[in-house]
Design a protein around this ligand. Structure first.
Ligand SMILES: [Zn+2]
Ligand SMILES: [Zn+2]
Length: 291
């Protein structure tokens, strides 16, 4: 039996392995196909495709788009932190114009949100600068700056006791320096993936944080009405019980299934190929895309 991994990240987003080196690692593990699905970016696809070709494994050009999970209003009427809605595009054209527009918009959103949060902190009398945040993040070798880096600066300057204290006091949803990020509507993400000739797959449904089965079913129905093609059933965050639940959901809504590790290189403990996704899963997706 041969296995595949249809969810991986490279240095083109927040992974630590360059896209041209990923296929070699996959071959060493005996995988027969991989998808590269960097966050909001197709920049690594050409290099990865070329390396797959020379190592002789099948390549699935992909992307992982962050979309708006919608408001989460609890029974007490209070709006609380929302889960994560990621949509994978598999078999996309790397040079599609709609995907390029999304990448650009998300890049701008990231670049403007963090400085704006630091500005809010300054208005609150907190004396840190954005340069300090950048310095700390780059010192840790990352290109993508986020709230954890701001939190670490707050701790180092004694404005918070710990990173989690910094989130509670300043940075979490609803806290004084929190700024809502610019979210893409899921329908927009699905349309762009289809525009690029790909299949739209709901990534790691567990991260939607919908412990209530009815709520999840409703969310999947809504996405299916928007044109969703499949669900990622196997993922490093899914227990066997969740895999079974998601496979049932896929059947119920006549959706394809996909699976992958969500490998990020050294940055996380997840291993490439660790989900043992059978090659048939890849073949079914490939055939559906052709058809
Ligand atoms: Zn994700
Ligand atoms: Zn991912």
């Amino acid at each position: 039996m041969s296995y595949v991994d249809l969810h991986t990240h490279s240095t083109a987003s927040d992974g630590t392995v360059p896209p041209e080196l990923l296929p070699m690692q996959a071959v060493e593990l005996g995988l027969s196909a991989i998808a590269l699905t960097d966050h909001d970016s197709t920049n690594g696809l050409q290099a990865c495709a070329a390396a797959c070709e020379s190592t002789g494994i099948d390549f699935v050009p992909g992307i992982e788009i962050s979309a708006d999970p919608g408001p989460r209003v609890d029974t007490d009427g209070v709006e609380r932190r929302r889960g994560t809605l990621h949509i994978l595009g598999l078999f996309v054209r790397h040079d599609d114009t709609e995907l390029a527009k999304i990448s650009e918009r998300m890049r701008e959103a990231r670049n403007s949100r963090n400085p704006a949060m630091v500005e809010k902190l300054q208005e609150l009398g907190v004396r840190i600068t954005y340069e300090e945040v950048e310095e700390l993040a780059h010192g840790q070798g990352t290109q993508i700056i986020g709230r954890p880096h701001i939190a670490q600066v707050l701790v180092s300057k004694s404005y918070a006791k710990s990173v989690s204290d910094a989130f509670t006091k300043y940075l979490k949803f609803g806290a004084p320096a929190f700024i809502r990020r610019d979210y893409l509507e899921p329908a927009h993400a699905i349309d762009a993936i289809h525009h690029a000739g790909g299949l739209a797959i709901l990534a790691h449904p567990v991260q939607l944080v919908m412990p209530n089965a009815d709520e999840l079913e409703h969310a999947v129905k809504r996405l299916t009405d928007m044109g969703l093609d499949g669900i990622e059933t196997r993922h490093s965050d899914h227990t066997p019980a969740l895999v079974a639940q998601y496979e049932k959901l896929a059947k119920q809504f006549n959706l394809l299934t996909s699976g992958g590790s969500d490998f990020h290189g050294e940055r996380k403990t997840v291993k490439l190929g660790s989900q043992n996704v059978p090659r048939e899963v890849y073949e079914r997706l490939r055939d559906a895309c052709k058809g």
